[in-house]
Design a protein around this ligand. Structure first.
Ligand SMILES: Cc1ncc(COP(=O)(O)O)c(C=O)c1O
Length: 345
């Protein structure tokens, strides 16, 4: 039980005592010179977990996606992605501004392009058209409420892209949530794609950092792009040390977050004027709608007054995210608070 129940995001997780201890004692060097032993250990661990040849430590999921996209495309090309994905909506247009790329957002039902949609989106050879440079997938899908797709689904869309000689990037900011939910190793999701980004700073609770994984040649290009966007950090082993603890100790417990999300969603589904699609609650995110004028804002404000923090993400739409700093008692308290607020609705 915590004083404040903060369900706004899993990025709010605080580092564990073991992480702080590892950070304080980390062996470090200049990572731009590739001389930081702790960063190297983390990159090796990430490459192993993803089944890829190499990995690169970056400052954030946004930077990981940006360097992955830029390292695999040329200015003037087009990248194909789901219209609700993070890269398209929440990364400040970096692909367009810094990569000179055109983005083609395709509407999907669950956040995942189908093989037929990928096929239809890849530009044929024609003097009037730009060239398709990359296909992006997001798993789990944030805007669709933490939905996951299987390694076989990724394999199917990658096969279509690869037939057209188009590489595939996986924004796996929360790929460990998908791996735990589906009982599959991360390497199964990463195998069909050319690059994957995953975050240490969300459900895995490290204070900072993400990893980009792929072939040795891809990571070499990504390293140059990272330097270009100011991501060459020096004695950054102090951060990588926390990341190693995150990978070693924080993955299996994600199942608890998924159980709490389910409990929360089931409780919410019983409230008046609240609509939650239970089949979409597959990991640690619960998105629900409030069908009452200004009801979402009322619920957020009423909950905040009771020290329960939730996040409105659109008109009538609220997102809750479970994580290691929210326990089962906190979920009960949040539900009790929501029941009180909605009792007159
Ligand atoms: C799916 C997805 N990709 C990328 C990111 C970006 O991560 P960061 O906030 O570390 O830049 C997020 C952040 O929430 C995300 O949900």
């Amino acid at each position: 039980m915590h004083d404040v129940v903060d369900l706004r995001s899993d990025t709010l997780t605080l580092p564990t005592p073991a992480m702080r201890e590892a950070m304080a004692g980390a062996e470090v060097g200049d990572d731009v010179w590739e001389e930081d032993p702790t960063v190297k250990r983390l990159e090796e661990a990430a490459a192993r977990r993803s089944g890829k040849e190499a990995a690169l430590f970056v400052s954030s999921g946004t930077q990981g996606n940006l360097v992955s996209v830029l390292a695999q495309t040329r200015p003037g090309q087009e990248i194909v992605l789901d219209a609700d994905c993070h890269i398209f909506n929440y990364e400040v247009g970096g692909a367009a501004t810094l990569g000179g790329l055109q983005t083609r957002g395709v509407a999907t039902e669950r956040g995942f392009l189908t093989p037929a949609q990928v096929e239809a989106s890849i530009r044929p050879e024609n003097i009037h058209l730009t060239v398709t440079g990359l296909v992006c997938v997001e798993n789990t899908h944030n805007r669709h409420g933490g939905t996951c797709c299987t390694p076989e689904e990724i394999e199917a869309i990658s096969a279509v892209a690869h037939r057209a000689r188009v590489p595939v990037h996986l924004d796996g900011a929360r790929i460990f949530n998908a791996a735990v939910a589906l009982g599959r190793p991360v390497a199964d999701f990463a195998r069909p794609v050319d690059s994957i980004t995953f975050c240490l700073s969300k459900g895995l609770a490290a204070p900072v950092g993400s990893l980009v994984c792929g072939s040795g040649a891809f990571v070499q290009r990504a390293r140059r792009v990272r330097k270009m966007v100011g991501g060459g950090m020096r004695q950054v082993g102090v951060l990588a040390a926390a990341g190693l603890v995150a990978l070693e100790t924080m993955v299996d417990r994600l199942a608890e977050d998924h159980d709490n999300a389910r409990r929360l969603a089931e409780g919410l589904s019983k409230l008046p004027r609240v609509d939650v699609e239970l089949q979409k609650v597959q990991t640690n995110i619960v998105i629900f709608r409030v069908d009452r004028p200004d009801g979402a804002a009322e619920l957020c404000a009423g909950a905040l007054a009771q020290k329960v923090k939730i996040h409105q993400i659109g008109p009538g739409q609220i997102r809750c995210v479970t994580h290691k700093d929210v326990d089962a008692d906190d979920i009960e308290r949040a539900l009790e608070t929501f029941r009180e607020i909605t009792s007159g609705w």
